[in-house]
Design a protein around this ligand. Structure first.
Ligand code: BES
Ligand code: MN
Ligand code: ZN
Length: 496
């Protein structure tokens, strides 16, 4: 793990990062200050020898010990608008390129001290690597840069210190969520997710309750039981509770935790199936979001649920045509065993509402159709209350995550009617994301405020790394959940 500190003087480092932007006329302008004017002039002359336009994330590596600076000078672009997002992305690129190094210094521009939090986030998210399952001989230049030092004249400023502290807590949660979703499915059955949740509970002094397969069956959690019964690895329903004495609001966050999704008897094609190890990204998000919320000591009550099961075909697997009974008594006809996320979530959503939260947010890699609708990087947000969907889009934007609203058309609900049970788990092949949301809505009480996040697309990056996003698991939704909790705590998001 990378250690990040904030200081006012430049230490000896292997890499020294400077930011450069574009002026209105498109000229390259060095934003970070370093040393005397002659040092700056030397650096500017050196950059001008490259085809460098200072676009966001554009990078120039200058030769070692330039102008008397210890280590390599790296100049990274933040473009014209120089938003916090631009700084987050640019720093991510540099942190990624510093893999294998011991120490990287980042010179925070005086005029952009307010971006220090975003810079710290980009640094710690970009530095992430996942080497748990590599042999030592394979680690060369693959390990995260060991230390990052943010250098700022305002290093003692309380606002800056707090922003950087927040960034450390939140990115640790994101990276932990990435670790969980990157972990191979043989190493992370539902019992191991529960073991991880116990660690979080111990670290942050949270109340924890884990229902095992026997308790789930006895208490009538037919959705989780049915999905999990084809696997030798039994299911778990995990509940973590964070309580703050100053809280006036209660947020419930519910995550889909399918530790591997083969589709079950409605077996998926083999191509890309290994990526279904990340089908517990929703669970990883809520468990780590509550950890961050607790570490930040936010004045809000939060309860997190992770509905964990492995969806496997097998002699005892549920069949298409089976009817299962959800927690609370509603019956569901399982027409497709690959629409399993909604089956584990319905149980957890019903349970979550027993705690009488002011808002329920569920997070799930629920539908491939969400990838079709919005592409690889944007998650779908759905809520019967437009104001809530819009708030998520905005909270996501402030956090560096992208969401776009999709509807819950009430007239479509009829397509989920079952000929034998209260509801079927699939409907039309068109608009698959909407039916996922409509199915879940059936398990939400009419007066309950509720948001559904379908993170099927952004949870896993199948392509190469970009900005601060590595290949593989991205830790999607953690940052937005924390921001929403903050918004509720300070009254920016008012719940009725
Ligand atoms: N976990 C998948 C959805 C998914 C697909 C997530 C691609 C990430 C990337 C989910 O359980 C699933 O299989 N959904 C089905 C639903 C269908 C049977 C109604 C799907 O999307 O095909
Ligand atoms: Mn599935
Ligand atoms: Zn799934």
């Amino acid at each position: 793990m990378t250690n990040l500190t904030l200081t006012s003087t430049l230490p000896a480092a292997d890499v020294v990062t400077l930011f450069a932007g574009q002026t209105k006329t498109g000229a390259v302008e060095l934003l970070s200050s370093i040393g005397t004017t002659s040092v700056v002039t030397k650096i500017q002359t050196a950059i001008s020898g490259f085809d460098f336009k200072a676009g966001v994330g554009d990078l120039v590596k200058l030769p070692g010990n330039l102008a008397g600076i210890t280590g390599n000078v790296v100049v990274v672009g933040v473009g014209k608008s120089q938003s916090h997002d631009d700084f987050r992305n640019a720093t991510g690129v540099v942190a990624r390129s510093a893999a294998g190094k011991r120490k990287m210094a980042v010179m925070v521009p005086v005029d952009h001290a307010d971006a220090a939090g975003a810079i710290a986030e980009g640094a710690l998210l970009g530095a992430y690597t996942f080497n748990e399952f590599r042999g030592v001989s394979n680690l060369a230049n693959r390990q995260s840069v060991k230390a990052i030092v943010l250098v700022s004249d305002a290093a003692k400023d309380a606002v800056l210190v707090q922003a950087v502290q927040r960034a450390k807590i939140v990115t640790a949660a994101v990276n932990q969520a990435r670790d969980l979703a990157n972990t191979p499915p043989n190493a992370l059955p539902p019992t191991q997710v529960a073991a991880f949740a116990k660690e979080i509970a111990t670290t942050h002094k949270l109340a924890i309750e884990v229902l095992d397969e026997k308790a789930l069956k006895r208490k009538g959690y037919g959705g989780i039981t049915g999905v999990g019964q084809g696997s030798a690895n039994p299911p778990r329903l995990i509940r973590l509770a964070y309580r703050n004495p100053k809280a006036t609001q209660h947020l419930a966050i519910v995550g889909k935790g399918i530790t591997f999704d083969t589709g079950g008897i409605s077996l998926k094609p083999h191509l890309g199936m290994h990526e279904m190890k990340a089908d517990m990204s929703g669970a990883a998000a809520v468990l780590n979001a509550i950890a961050a919320i607790a570490a930040l000591k936010l004045p809000i009550n939060v309860t997190a649920y992770a509905a964990c099961a492995e969806n496997m075909p097998g002699g005892n697997a549920q069949r298409p045509g089976d009817v299962v009974t959800a927690y609370g008594g509603r019956t569901v006809e399982v027409l497709n065993t690959d629409a399993e996320g909604r089956l584990v979530l319905m149980d957890a959503l019903v349970r979550a509402q027993e705690d009488a939260p002011d808002l329920v947010i569920d997070v799930a890699t629920l539908t491939g159709a969400a990838v079709v609708a919005l592409g690889r990087k944007i998650a779908a947000v759905m809520s019967p209350e437009d104001s809530l969907s819009n708030h998520v889009v905005d909270a996501g934007r402030r956090s560096g995550e992208r969401y776009w609203p999709l509807p819950l058309p009430t007239d479509y609900r009829a397509k989920l009617d079952s000929s034998v049970a209260d509801i079927a788990n699939i409907a039309d092949s068109y608009g698959g994301t909407l039916y996922g949301g409509l199915f879940l809505q059936d398990f939400i009480e009419p007066k309950q405020s509720w948001i559904h996040l379908d993170i099927a697309a952004p949870a896993f990056n199948s392509e190469g790394p970009t900005d601060y996003t590595p290949k593989g698991a991205t830790g999607s939704a953690v940052r937005t959940l924390v921001t929403i909790a903050e918004d509720i705590a300070v009254g920016l998001l008012k719940l009725t």
